[in-house]
Design a protein around this ligand. Structure first.
Ligand SMILES: O=C(O)C(=O)C[C@]1(C(=O)O)C=C[C@@H](O)C=C1
Length: 399
């Protein structure tokens, strides 16, 4: 491998491993609470005997994290620093624990999705979505977790483009209920908040509720929800609140001002699990298959393409179109009328059938007659976990 720097590789791996060992011992103290209902957490906080420094406030859902800014900051020093693309000099060797790369910092919903899919996994925080793909491609991680759509905010378009740009395979999906909290530094009140920061998807999911709470504060987009919480603590921003998970509030020692603030109580984000190798499709359980294709321009082309599925009684669960980046516009000269400009699209569809099912194979055979390009992104088990009834929104602190 020309230009490969072994020294850098070991330094990166050792730095990562030592940060991660510190983080794991921290986690042993702060017992992890995964996406519990806001009410459950509230009750738990009332009943809990002690946090790290044992000074829980009545009516606050600050459970086990440090409750003052300084302690929270020192806690943040030992959190694993997210990988950036530049860090990916590549440490492949590791034991048998499945390493799952996600975008964000501890407390992000993507981390919760990784743990839902692989409960024993070791989540690896990354700065960008692109870095999660590269972590898997370079064998630093075994899986990447990628949010792809939300029930309120819709598709995460950039991630569709990444699926095409990289050659990873979809091997699973997770549908995660997303229950947002509004959080600020300990002692803050909703009235004193002048700015609300979070991931743009999260801000979109709470817009009406924030307005109904009378919060006129400016909204500002940042890279991830938990990163917003971390940023407020690191910079001691007393007039700023974050929209993030209850677990993020716990990790960064923030007060929850309101919980369950998503505009729809059933708010849900769908995440994809990606791997270097595809899984072998089966027919003994419910599978979904995701594909992407391009069509030749013709009247009824999309109708004909989709009829391949309808005729075989295959349910389509999602359709998304994205620009064809290598050929976004097709120009056709019409000597009589001028020049017609056609935008070229890629169509991403998810359908409810396994690639081991002859109906799916025949449908793709028929689709091939119309398509100029087809790629199977993955055939994987559907998330069939029961939906937990959502809790009611709750304003915990206004003073
Ligand atoms: O910022 C996070 O916590 C994420 O995991 C990202 C993300 C997203 O990209 O949609 C995931 C779930 C929620 O819908 C909000 C944000």
């Amino acid at each position: 491998m020309a230009g490969y720097n072994l020294g850098e590789f070991y330094a990166t791996r050792d730095a990562w491993n030592s940060r991660h060992a510190q983080w794991q011992s921290h986690c042993a103290i702060v017992s992890s609470q995964s996406i519990a209902q806001p009410e459950e957490q509230h009750e738990h906080s009332k009943n809990a005997g002690s946090g790290i420094n044992g000074d829980l406030k009545e009516g606050s859902i600050q459970i086990l994290a440090a409750s003052n800014g300084a302690a929270a900051k020192s806690m943040m020093m030992i959190l694993p620093k997210p990988l950036s693309i530049a860090d990916l000099a590549m440490p492949p060797s590791h034991g048998s624990t499945l390493r799952v790369a996600y975008q964000g910092v501890p407390g992000a919903y993507s981390e919760a999705a990784a743990s839902k899919a692989y409960p024993e996994c070791e989540p690896i925080p990354c700065e960008q979505f692109e870095a999660t793909f590269q972590a898997v491609e370079l064998w630093i991680a075994d899986r990447a977790v990628l949010p792809i759509e939300n029930s309120l905010g819709g598709s995460i378009h950039r991630n569709y483009d990444l699926l095409l740009r990289h050659r990873l395979h979809i091997v699973g999906e997770v549908q995660l209920p997303v229950h947002h909290c509004l959080m600020a530094l300990p002692g803050a009140s909703i009235e004193g908040i002048r700015r609300v920061i979070s991931h743009p998807q999260a801000l979109a999911q709470v817009e009406h509720t924030l307005t109904n709470l009378g919060l006129q504060a400016a909204r500002e987009a940042v890279d991830d929800t938990a990163g917003a919480a971390q940023h407020i603590v690191a910079n001691n921003l007393r007039d700023t609140a974050a929209v993030a998970s209850a677990r993020a509030a716990e990790i960064y020692g923030m007060d929850v001002l309101a919980s369950g603030i998503q505009d729809d109580p059933g708010n849900m984000t769908r995440f994809l699990m990606l791997a270097r190798e595809p899984i072998i499709p089966r027919t003994d359980r419910r599978f979904k298959t995701s594909i992407v294709f391009a069509l030749e321009e013709a009247p009824g082309a999309l109708f004909k393409a989709l009829s391949a599925f309808a005729l075989r009684n295959i349910n389509l669960t999602k359709i998304e179109s994205r620009p064809q980046k290598n050929r976004p516009v097709r120009v056709v000269d019409d000597s009589n009328h001028g020049t017609a400009k056609y935008f070229e699209y890629l169509f991403y569809i998810d359908f409810e059938a396994s690639m081991a099912d002859p109906r799916a194979q025949n449908a793709l055979g028929q689709l091939q007659e119309f398509a100029s390009f087809i790629r199977v992104l993955g055939s994987y088990p559907m998330d069939m976990t029961p939906v937990v009834p959502p809790g009611k929104p709750k304003v915990i602190s206004t003073t």
